[in-house]
Ligand binder design. Structure first.
Ligand code: ASC
Length: 163
């Protein structure tokens, strides 16, 4: 029950994240600076990440989850998480002139951010492993751990009013 509520909350968070991204894209002129372009690229990557993670959560809520779809989604999540450090080039913070929830602390506390990203990467690697193995209880537990790593980073490095 608690897990169901949590996965529903994650899916809701993912949906809200997509809506926020779409609004940001719609209201800003296309950026021309490298920093501004990096913000938009980053938002597209997070949209893909949220979609893949939300897809895994969606399968887990079904009576007969599609394990192949879960494994494929988990692989996408893991691959995106591995690339995440490249999504934050210097100049793609609030100074980019494009609406972004990325806090300056990502760059001023680079070691702390790197640690939070490493935590996510560790959890997503485990998620891919258990998803490939196919034990649904293990997958659900690891989805929770992965969501915790998402939240850990958001709590510290994402502006709270930009969900
Ligand atoms: C999601 C999503 C997030 C995380 C976060 C975990 O599905 O889009 O940002 O989970 O809500 O707390």
């Amino acid at each position: 029950m608690a897990l169901r509520m949590m996965t529903a909350a994650f899916a809701l968070a993912a949906g809200l994240g997509l809506a926020a991204t779409g609004a940001a894209l719609a209201q800003d002129a296309a950026p021309t600076t490298p920093g501004g372009k990096a913000v938009l690229a980053r938002q597209a990557h997070y949209k893909d990440l949220g979609k893949a993670f939300g897809g895994v959560n969606g399968e887990l809520r079904k009576d007969a989850p599609d394990k192949a779809a879960i494994a494929a989604g988990a692989t996408t999540v893991k691959t995106l998480a591995d690339g995440l450090p490249t999504w934050f080039p210097k100049g793609s913070g609030p100074e980019a002139g494009v609406k972004t929830a990325a806090k300056p602390e990502i760059w001023t506390d680079a070691a702390g951010f790197a640690a939070a990203v490493a935590k996510l990467q560790g959890e997503t690697a485990k998620l891919q492993e258990v998803a490939t193995a196919g034990d649904l209880d293990a997958i659900k537990a690891q989805v929770r751990a992965t969501g915790g790593a998402c939240k850990n980073c958001h709590d510290q490095y994402r502006a709270p009013d930009q969900h």
